[in-house]
Design a protein around this ligand. Structure first.
Ligand SMILES: Nc1ncnc2c1ncn2[C@@H]1O[C@H](COP(=O)(O)OP(=O)(O)OP(=O)(O)O)[C@@H](O)[C@H]1O
Ligand SMILES: [Mg+2]
Length: 256
């Protein structure tokens, strides 16, 4: 299921202002079905704001966001999440004293809570919990984290925490995952491993990704398409090598 042009996500001409700061100044981009799209740009160019606008955390001032052809502009975050567009955070938003499994269950329960009245009619609470645990173990297996299910998150490495964060996102059966710097601060070996997992999730589950990342040396080789932002606008797009060699893109980084 995707939009008529084979895109799962269309961001059209979005604008977002914070007081006098124009964070998004008419940014337009798209994510194709099962594609791995990267968003680059210097600090402050609007990348995180774009993710926040798409996931409904910020209300945009102008423009449209479409998911599978449906206009989701202005939808509240929980509705966007439930519809299949999920984000991960630059700093993993995990419950560090809880175990890996519990972190996945917490993510899923908040979602079940939304549909509680519906679910209660159909299934007992115990049945629901059993299903959630089974699902969580499936997700942990996909990410090779099943051996760590009972480990508190604060005992994990930074890279493993990033994987748990991805695991939480997977609990909602997403179609698109928006990732804000999934390999920031992660050693190269684990960073490559995270991207291998992302490729696997695309292949096995058909998930599409929009990934914000500064570590071009590692990330570029994995992605299909790159958008470069500068001052809230997309200034170049295309194949990874072409975009990073575009003079305007190089200048935008040099200019800070
Ligand atoms: N909540 C906010 N309130 C005020 N200004 C904000 C807010 N969020 C972002 N901005 C401003 O909007 C602009 C874009 O910020 P954004 O965080 O989207 O950049 P970014 O591309 O993600 O940068 P980085 O690569 O450093 O993470 C910046 O000038 C920033 O200071
Ligand atoms: Mg950012």
């Amino acid at each position: 299921m995707s939009g008529s042009d084979g895109r799962v996500l269309d961001v059209e001409n979005v604008r977002k202002r914070f007081g006098g700061v124009v964070a998004l100044d008419g940014a337009t981009l798209g994510v194709g079905d099962r594609s791995l799209v990267m968003l680059i740009g210097p600090n402050g160019s609007g990348k995180t704001t774009l993710i926040n606008v798409v996931s409904g955390i910020y209300r945009l001032d102008d423009g449209r966001v479409r998911f599978n052809g449906t206009d989701i502009t202005g939808w509240p975050p929980h509705k966007i999440y439930q519809s299949g567009v999920v984000r991960t955070f630059q700093i993993p938003a995990l419950f560090t004293k809880l175990t890996v499994l519990e972190n996945l269950l917490v993510a899923a329960r908040s979602q079940v809570g939304e549909n509680l009245s519906k679910a209660v009619l159909k299934k007992t609470w115990v049945e629901q919990e059993e299903e959630l645990v089974e699902k969580a173990f499936n997700v942990l297996e996909i990410l090779n984290l099943d051996g760590l299910w009972n480990t508190p998150v604060n005992a994990l490495s930074g890279g493993q925490m990033k994987l748990v964060e991805i695991g939480r996102a997977l609990m909602s059966d997403p179609r698109v995952i928006l990732m804000d710097e999934p390999i920031a601060g992660i050693n190269p070996r684990l960073a490559h491993e995270i991207f291998e997992h992302i490729l696997g999730l695309r292949k096995e589950l058909g998930i599409s990704f929009l990934i914000v990342e500064h570590r071009l040396d590692i990330a570029l080789q994995y992605v299909d398409h790159v958008y470069a932002m500068h001052r809230g606008r997309v200034i170049a797009e295309g194949k990874p090598k072409d975009v990073v060699n575009t003079p305007e893109v190089i200048e935008s980084y040099l200019g800070g």
